[in-house]
Design a binder for this molecule. Structure first.
Ligand SMILES: Nc1ncnc2c1ncn2[C@@H]1O[C@H](COP(=O)(O)OP(=O)(O)OP(=O)(O)O)[C@@H](O)[C@H]1O
Length: 642
């Protein structure tokens, strides 16, 4: 049996194998990013050590100047990324470099299509990290020693990226991780001083610790102008090739868009440029700097409630933690970035953050910043905002319920599908709706159904369409929940068109009212007859002027739970108190007219049932007894064709 000191061969997790294969094949046109990913990891490792050293200063003492170093050997065809950060022990190396810990990895891999362009985007969203080394290397050697461990407690991890890796105990003089890339035959050009320097400037200039390379020493000249022989024993000197200044500490005017984008990729592990950012320094009672980014694409696990979210927290430039979620509400979980505070202690923990007054005020200020950033984008760059909405709109919809204080601001940012366009795309704002409101209209109408077509074709819209009243067409699961917190916009109340009375006919003349009352009297016996048939199913059967084309629809009480929400909760296993809708019928519809003169009680009962069942189906509901519905239908069809 292998002991821990012997070389042992272990297999990669299946997902790693799949990812490696796909990555190597879909990222070859963008291969230089491996350097960014490895420097980013090295810098994270240094940040982690700096943080640990706050409570344990000894960890730093043997090698206090934190840095990442790049070395290369063009003859051997190797590039080395060496850091004196936190390092890894044997278990860390096996877990971190042999598995993917992200939730939803299997589902993610299933989405990949084999189409190079699409896949490279998806992989980018997923984050390639360490494994990107295999895009350019056919063998990767990682030698690492955890901070605080003895020199003989280091490990060597090695793999050719084709299924397994070896791990063995080694001695290592220095703390931290040294990654050697044995470049593939046609990638040896990366082992070049100029190339590496320019890649660092391009991708890693913003890294707050020095990324060093060997200083180029020009030989001194003798009196005759010939180079003096170089002293072989002279120690190699290193120099920083990046500016090594935390990007957020620089003035906005000094940072280019490219630098902001690169920094975003470093903090977010995203691959694509952000769609927007906001960089602010706050001085006064609280002092902090924030740099907040809105990504251009939703991550694959945005819907996972346990998705890692939050900002990278620094206290006085010292990295404290990733995913500090206390600084933004959950409905802003798509925001990435950094917050650097001067008021928190270096020992701050997640628990403390949850109950800290300073954090509370920062959270509300940062939330406003994000809302302002989005409002500006909506106002000045509507196309860009639409892209944002298509990716993240559904998360923002959690806002009104999550953050009552900002609900008016959030409402301005919402986009809807409405009967104005009748398209499924959510492009219309509430402000636009209000502008288009008809004279005499004082409510914002909406309908919620299980999908867009059911909403769009609902019988409930008939009268509103006829009168030219626009209706919001809601069909995302979150919508009904959102509407329950919205109540009004710009002083106009929201009205669910499937609930209670619609009151569209306020401008009716006395004459018209009289006529209606008379009609209601006339139809009363029919309504009573239907009610007797459908006693168990509905609370009431009434006549309506909501409908123009359809014979009947179901309506729930003004304060009752919507039928869709009810269904959702029932599906989720919640016991619901019994509540029945009422059936409203269109007195002018030919079927209704015919029913009034139907003498055959059995046939009348069938027709009443059919109206009820149709109404249930057309608002997306399910029948309790579909087989009976079918046999009733067939019976009528046979009678008709006789
Ligand atoms: N230079 C390093 N020093 C110490 N630990 C490292 C180093 N490089 C990688 N690791 C460890 O390996 C883990 C996996 O790295 P990897 O780059 O694959 O993923 P990640 O950085 O967590 O996320 P992403 O895939 O989004 O980049 C890291 O989280 C870290 O714990």
């Amino acid at each position: 049996m292998a002991t821990e000191t012997q070389k042992e061969t272990l297999g990669f997790q299946t997902e790693v194998k799949q990812l490696l294969h796909l990555m190597i094949h879909s990222l070859y046109s963008n291969k230089e990013i491996f350097l960014r990913e490895l420097i980013s990891n090295a810098s994270d490792a240094v940040d982690k050590l700096r943080f640990e050293s706050v409570s344990n200063a000894d960890l730093l003492s043997e090698d206090p100047n934190l840095r990442v170093r790049l070395e290369f050997d063009n003859e051997a065809g190797t590039v080395i990324i060496d850091d004196n950060g936190i390092g890894m022990n044997r278990d860390d190396a096996i877990n971190n470099l042999g598995t993917i810990a992200k939730s939803g990895t299997a589902q993610f891999l299933e989405q990949l299509s084999g189409d190079q362009k699409k896949d490279s985007q998806l992989i980018g969203q997923f984050g390639v990290g360490f494994y990107s080394a295999f895009i350019v290397a056919d063998k990767v050697t990682v030698e690492t020693r955890k901070a605080g461990a003895a020199t003989d407690e280091a490990v060597r991890w090695e793999s050719s990226g084709d299924g397994d890796f070896t791990i063995e105990a080694i001695e290592k003089e220095t703390r931290g991780t040294r990654i050697t890339l044995h470049l593939k035959a046609d990638e040896k050009d990366f082992a070049d001083n100029y190339r590496l320097r320019s890649l660092v400037t391009k991708y890693s200039d913003h890294i707050s610790i020095p990324v060093e390379m060997e200083k180029v020493v020009y030989p001194e000249m003798d009196e005759e102008g010939n180079p003096k022989p170089v002293d072989e024993n002279q120690a190699v000197e290193f120099e920083a090739v990046n500016s090594a200044k935390a990007l957020w500490t620089r003035a906005r005017s000094e940072v280019s868009d490219e630098e902001y984008s690169e920094f975003y990729k470093h903090v977010s592990h995203d691959f694509q440029d952000p769609i927007k950012w906001s960089h602010n320094k706050v001085e006064g009672k609280l002092e902090y700097t924030s740099l907040l980014y809105v990504p251009s694409k939703a991550p694959h696990d945005l819907w996972n409630r346990d998705m890692q979210r939050g900002l990278k927290l620094y206290v006085q430039r010292v990295f404290i933690m990733d995913e500090a979620e206390a600084f933004l509400p959950p409905y802003m979980r798509f925001v990435k970035g950094v917050v650097d505070s001067n008021d928190l202690s270096l020992n701050v923990s997640r628990e403390i953050l949850q109950n800290d007054k300073a954090v509370d005020s920062m959270r509300s200020a940062l939330t406003k910043r994000v809302l302002d950033m989005l409002s500006k984008m909506a106002k000045n760059e509507s196309e860009k905002y639409q892209t944002f909405w298509d990716e993240f709109g559904n998360v923002l919809k959690e806002g009104p319920a999550d953050d009552f204080g900002n609900k008016d601001k959030i409402a301005q940012l919402l986009r809807f599908s409405t009967t104005h366009t009748d398209k499924a795309e959510q492009t219309e704002s509430l402000a636009g709706y209000v502008e288009r409101m008809s004279e005499g209209q004082d409510k914002i109408y909406y309908i919620y159904a299980e999908n867009h077509n059911t909403a769009k074709n609902s019988p409930h819209l008939e009268i509103l369409r006829k009168k030219g009243f626009e209706v919001l067409l809601l069909s995302d699961r979150i919508d009904e929940w959102m509407m329950s917190s919205l109540q009004e916009f710009d002083g106009k109340k929201f009205q669910d068109v499937t609930k209670g009375k619609l009151d569209l006919a306020e401008d009716e003349t006395e004459e018209a009212k009289k006529e209606k009352e008379q009609k209601a009297e006339e139809i009363k016996p029919l309504l009573d007859r239907m009610k007797a048939v459908l006693e168990e199913q509905v609370t009431d059967v009434t006549s309506t002027d909501r409908l123009t084309n359809s014979p009947a629809c179901l309506v729930v009480g003004e304060y009752d739970m919507g039928l869709q929400m009810r269904r959702l909760l029932e599906q989720a296993g919640q016991a619901m108190p019994e509540s029945k809708p009422s059936l409203e019928i269109n007195p002018d519809h030919p079927i209704v007219v015919k029913m009034d003169s139907e003498a055959d009680e059995e046939r009348f009962s069938d027709m009443a049932w059919l109206l009820f069942e149709q109404a249930t189906l057309s608002e997306g509901g399910q029948l309790d007894d579909p087989a009976s519905f079918v046999s009733r239908m067939n019976k009528l069809i046979v009678q008709l064709s006789q």
